[in-house]
Design a binder for this molecule. Structure first.
Ligand code: ATP
Length: 321
């Protein structure tokens, strides 16, 4: 199967008082047509920066130090302004965490969705209204005509996120990046919104890059998963393999942090505990229990394919933890 998106050895840095801080380190991942690929990890692990690089929306003070982001074989990092205009929204779109911050508070919901269709010149004005009403129906508004005329502040959190999905899918992109799309919502609404995105994906063949810190969401919605820790992918595989046989201590720690229903309460293990307990694999060792003060102090490591499609990051071969 050919890759729709291929991120290769991406490194993103920021200026820092002691030189430079590399927030994303040697990240590689792929997304194929009609796949949902998750990036999971704790806050600050580099998930958002990785996804923002795909849309050319990295913070101004950051710099891509090396690597490439190939969309259908073209490196987006060398896109011109015109390329970006044609690509954003039309080829790849994004659903952000905070819908309220992104929706224009002074514009009716229907108009906001119509603007995207107008921008990409997909249809004339007369057809846009019908298309927007259809989109609002698709994302679950029982009365699309009523929703069309509402302002964002008149909608609940779940409804606003549905509008964000309508906006994101309006130009029929081939890839949707969903960055913590439901974090601000309660559990029931969270499931409704993710189910909606999932059924849209199945119906249209769209691909989804799902950014989350929630392994429960990964288990339910992703086909493949990349676990990120301190700017690096430490484990990557299909979702069944990851849950059946996680290898990296950080992945195990993430899994152990999901309390099982009916389990006897015990002290939650820290990631440090797992690092200490972790053993080697095929003669290689995971990174030491105590990382250095900064990523620059850390030992060299590399991703190893331990079985087909299952990659784990190891500390250098033969090292003693
Ligand atoms: N504009 C910026 N200037 C300096 N450092 C930044 C900037 N944006 C992000 N960083 C740093 O880069 C690292 C990765 O950030 P990123 O937002 O990608 O993490 P994340 O995994 O998406 O976390 P979260 O889930 O909290 O958004 C963090 O250490 C963060 O502090």
């Amino acid at each position: 199967m050919s890759e729709l998106l291929e991120i290769k050895n991406l490194c993103i840095g920021f200026p820092h008082k002691s030189g430079e801080f590399t927030a994303v380190r040697d990240v590689s991942l792929t997304i194929r047509k009609n796949e949902t690929v998750a990036v999971v990890g704790e806050s600050g692990s580099g998930k958002s920066l990785t996804s923002l690089s795909v849309l050319g929306l990295l913070p101004e003070n950051s710099a891509v130090k090396s690597g490439s982001v190939l969309y259908n074989g073209r490196d987006v990092l060398s896109f011109s302004k015109k390329d970006w205009q044609q690509y954003r929204g039309r080829e790849v779109s994004m659903i952000f965490q905070d819908a309220m911050a992104l929706l224009n508070p002074g514009m009716k919901v229907g108009r906001q969705i119509a603007e995207g269709l107008h921008y990409h010149k997909l249809m004339d004005r007369s057809e846009q209204r019908v298309a927007v009403l259809e989109l609002l129906r698709l994302v679950g508004f029982a009365d699309p005509e009523h929703a069309y005329h509402q302002y964002p502040h008149q909608l609940s959190g779940g409804m606003k996120q549905r509008v964000m999905i309508a906006l994101a899918v309006s130009c029929k992109p081939k890839l949707i990046i969903a960055d913590e799309p439901t974090t601000a919502l309660d559990v029931t609404v969270q499931k409704q919104v993710l189910d909606l995105l999932s059924s849209y994906k199945e119906e249209t063949g769209t691909s989804v890059l799902l950014i989350t810190h929630d392994l429960g969401v990964v288990a339910e919605y992703a086909d493949r998963v990349n676990v990120m820790y301190r700017g690096q992918i430490v484990e990557s595989s299909d979702v069944y393999t990851l849950f059946d046989s996680p290898l990296h201590p950080y992945t195990k720690a993430l899994m152990a942090s999901i309390p099982a229903i009916g389990s006897t309460p015990e002290r939650l293990k820290s990631i440090h505990d797992y690092m200490v307990e972790s053993g080697g694999h095929n003669g290689m060792q995971f990174a030491p229990a105590t990382y250095g003060a900064s990523p620059a102090d850390e030992p060299p490591s590399r991703l190893v394919e331990v079985e087909p499609g299952h990659f784990v990051r190891f500390f250098r071969e033969g090292a003693v933890v």
